[in-house]
Design a protein around this ligand. Structure first.
Ligand SMILES: Cc1cc2nc3c(=O)[nH]c(=O)nc-3n(C[C@H](O)[C@H](O)[C@H](O)COP(=O)(O)OP(=O)(O)OC[C@H]3O[C@@H](n4cnc5c(N)ncnc54)[C@H](O)[C@@H]3O)c2cc1C
Length: 293
């Protein structure tokens, strides 16, 4: 049984924002795969809930006129990895989406909830970092659009203002066009397991040279990180095996790995280098390049 004091189920986004503005103490619930567990464990006991489930169109995945891919915050992971636009434009996000949880969890867990819970292990986060995604946030007062890197404030903490909702994830055309990509989730089990490390890579290759490379890491630091030094090193370079190895070494730079019961700091650092190497090599292949010596 869940100890819930109140459940608000607005049917429009405007109504949701108005209720939230008047009652910022409400706990937003999307798929509930995190919130309900916290309620059951007692940390949210007695909370009032603001459900987003009855609001239409908040789960839509669409291509905007300027080529930006818009993913509604309420889109569940099953819909994401099955969606035609995701498969065509950002298959790497489909790869990350299908790696999370199991089928039952993916059917209800939303991409918005995955980001707003602030977990560094969130499977969509490192991939959206690599895709240079933006977040559309709205309150009753207005909207703001911020880059992913400005959203994470610390372990389990995100920059949401009182009364603010995540409405959509935006991936501008430059974020995905012409990119090969690969996501590797490392976890002891193949399903229903949280990432020990997540590595997402996207790259654009022309005449076997890196035009652009972006690497996002999850669980390598207290918040997801981008590997800017490795990315800058790659720019303009010929794709060789030595180059890929150097990129992987540089991918360690932003890491602030720590020891936990899942893995030691040394093991995580080893994983970062090895998995970055593998993910870059595969992304290069998918981008039409070849790791020649
Ligand atoms: C068995 C199991 C396995 C799991 N495996 C994985 C896994 O492999 N990988 C992984 O990344 N996660 C995993 N999770 C964690 C969880 O399923 C995901 O984080 C999920 O995406 C959360 O989405 P949700 O819609 O259920 O969020 P909810 O539980 O509804 O909400 C999560 C948080 O986000 C806030 N929130 C939600 N939507 C919004 C919004 N639009 N605007 C503002 N705030 C919002 C809520 O207030 C809450 O703080 C697992 C969970 C379970 C129970």
């Amino acid at each position: 049984m869940f100890d819930i004091c109140e459940l608000c189920e607005p049917e429009t986004l405007a109504e949701a924002k108005a209720i939230y503005a008047a009652n910022p103490e409400l706990k937003v619930i999307a798929g509930g795969t995190d919130v309900l567990i916290r309620m059951q464990h007692g940390s949210l006991a007695g909370a009032g809930l603001l459900s987003l489930r009855c609001i239409p169109h908040l789960d839509e995945i669409q291509l905007l006129a300027d080529g930006t891919l818009s993913i509604g915050a309420m889109a569940p992971f099953t819909r994401i990895f099955e969606h035609e636009l995701i498969r065509k434009l950002v298959p790497v996000l489909g790869e990350a989406s299908v790696s999370m949880g199991g089928p039952q969890v993916r059917n209800v867990a939303t991409i918005g909830g995955n980001l707003c819970n602030g977990a560094v292990s969130a499977d969509s986060a490192s991939t959206l970092f690599a895709l240079d995604a933006l977040l559309k946030l709205e309150t009753a007062e207005g909207e703001r659009i911020i880059p992913m890197r400005d959203f994470y404030a610390g372990p389990g903490k995100v920059n949401l203002l009182p009364g603010e909702l995540l409405v959509a994830i935006l991936i501008p055309r430059e974020g995905y066009e012409g990119m090969g990509g690969h996501y590797i989730k490392f976890a002891p089990r193949k399903a229903m397991d949280i990432a020990t490390l997540g590595v997402a890579v996207v790259c654009k290759i022309r005449e076997n040279r890196f035009v652009e490379l972006r690497i996002g890491l999850g669980v390598a630091a207290p918040v997801p990180v981008r590997c800017f030094e490795a990315e800058a090193y790659a720019k303009g370079r010929e794709v060789t095996w030595e180059c890929v190895q150097e990129i992987a070494r540089l991918a360690l730079k932003p890491a602030k790995a720590r020891s936990s019961w899942r893995a030691s700091k040394d093991y995580r650092e080893h994983l970062i280098e090895v998995l970055a190497q593998r993910a870059v090599a595969e992304a290069v292949k998918r981008g039409g390049g070849c790791c020649a010596n």
